[in-house]
Design a protein around this ligand. Sequence first.
Ligand code: MSP
Length: 521
Amino acid sequence: MSKCFYITTAIDYVNGQPHLGHAYEKVLADVVARSRRALGEGVFFLTGLDEHGQKVQQAAQVAGKSAQLYCDELAGIWQVFVTKLGLTNDDFVRTTSARHKEVVQAILTKLHREGHFYQASTEGFYSTKEETFVTAKERLPDGSFPASYGEVVQLAETNWYFKLGTHQQWLIDHIESNPAFIQPDYRRNEVLGFLKNNTLEDLCISRPAARLTWGIPVPFDPAYVTYVWFDALVNYISVPAALGDPTVLGALQLAIGNRQSAIAAWPADAHVIGKDIIKFHAVYWPIMLKAMGLPLPKQLLVHGWWQKDGAKMSKTTGNVVDPVAIIDDWGLDAFRYYVVRELDIGPDGNWTDAGFAARYQAELANGLGNLVNRSLSMLKRYRNGVVPARHDALSAEASQFAHAAIIALRESRLQDALVETWKLVTRANQYVDQTAPFKLAKDPAQAARLDEVLYNLVESCRILAVLLHPFIPGTSAKIFAQLNLAGAPDKLALAAWGGLQQHHAIGEPAALFPRRDQPKA
Ligand code: MSP
């Protein structure tokens, strides 16, 4: 059994509706997953929901429902959302599922047996919103705590702690000697700065069942439930374990999972996460794994946050982008294209409706859509839709752009891959303008020249379908269908020049991205 490329998203808190930030992260992961499949690799792509903890318990209370019912209802909405985004996830994890809980408890039992935990009392300030104790040094000059902590209350509690002290140095060494582990580099430097300038405090991994019932019971102490982050992070291995991953099962000495159809996924190749949860993934998660005897994930791919019109998105002010509404209005591929093209993985981004409409019009409708439509329409009109003999005028440039795009995809530089791909869109559109096939068509003496031009154009369209498949799969499939090509454009090896055969008859051209005169109000 060979190891597959394993990619995950963060699992979303179930106490709300999906928004642009969630959609963005999922689309990024899906593009990487599709790219890897298109490169010929086996892929396991996991996304899902984080259902335990105080926030969910409170939201369920407010809704007047049992926590489980509340989660089940919302899980339905989130699963529809995954379909709406066209994700190719191989599984969907819910942390309230039996298969997940079993693995969390097995890990707690093992680490407890091996002496990683101890019990201690803490008296201090507790943020309900962040579900964590806050130290006095985080107080603002006026004695209050930063608003991000929400309500902070004084609390005296006995809890279970995970010893982190001995782990700090090897983690620094690991991050320093594996530059790809945290990407982009400036996020890596932030983590290193944090680790070098602070002594790690032990991690509180329990919450008293007396005040929080909605969690996984700590197997060695029924008075507690598991801290929601210790539970949530484990999703990345609980699903592989349930599916028989030999690395995870071996380290945890677990005998679960169907060995017949087992997958070999761990270690993850990429955890796609937002910048706000980097500490959990770059500090606590590696330490948890090390304690379990499991190899670390190869990469944390850390994206930035979207704002809308320069301000934080917030339900209370109504300043939100609803991805479902955008998709219903403009189409899934327009949405997928925009978020990946507009925002590189790393910095923060700003959504404006005008910016979205502008890219749609310039790049999708006038750029790609126009190229494909006029290329195919001219072949239809002038050659009855029959592909002429191969000609290589654009071959070198197309190959160069395709090569650069594929290298970018291998390195998960998704925006770069689109930029490279669009060089072919632009070049081919320019080629139409330079060669003026509509003029050539009027002159019978130019018939051979027109054949050459048409071949270069339709072949460029075919290659674009292949390169765009990970990003805008629906459009890519439409281009292949309009070219009347059998099979799917889902292997990057198909991007080699010369795939279209002479005498092949194409199908019917149809607009890919209808022009829209009015940007959406
Ligand atoms: N449940 C935790 C993650 C546990 S992972 C083991 C969580 N959930 S969340 O719903 O709050 O966030 C899920 C993901 O969405 C995070 O990676 C977060 O960074 C991302 N985003 C939430 N809002 C965002 C934006 N406005 N913009 C981009 N991504 C954002 O954290």
